[in-house]
Design a protein around this ligand. Structure first.
Ligand code: FES
Length: 90
């Protein structure tokens, strides 16, 4: 397991994101309230923009189009950090 830095735009402090847990789990552990529903990558409630860094997905087809992935959208309920990441709520 590796630990990466997770920064959320507008939040003053970074949090730790383990490579073997979702970004949403890291947010929850840090006390950050994030909108979530299905927690399995289909409903898109948790969608966020990945401004920096890289993620991998726990499931083969998270509910994002190839175009959305290319534009940097990310589903933190099923995304795991593979590098330090910066997310934007927008
Ligand atoms: S909570 Fe449904 S896709 Fe993340």
């Amino acid at each position: 397991m590796k630990t990466f830095r997770l920064q959320i735009e507008g939040q003053s402090s970074d949090i730790e994101a383990d490579s073997d847990a979702s970004l949403f789990a890291a947010m929850t552990r840090a006390g950050i309230a994030w909108p979530v529903s299905c927690r399995n990558g289909t409903c898109r409630t948790c969608m966020v923009r990945l401004l920096e860094g890289e993620v991998r997905y726990e499931i083969p087809w998270p509910g994002l189009s190839a175009e959305e992935k290319k534009e940097g959208y990310c589903l933190p309920c099923v995304a795991r950090a593979t590098a330090d990441v910066v997310l934007s709520r927008a």
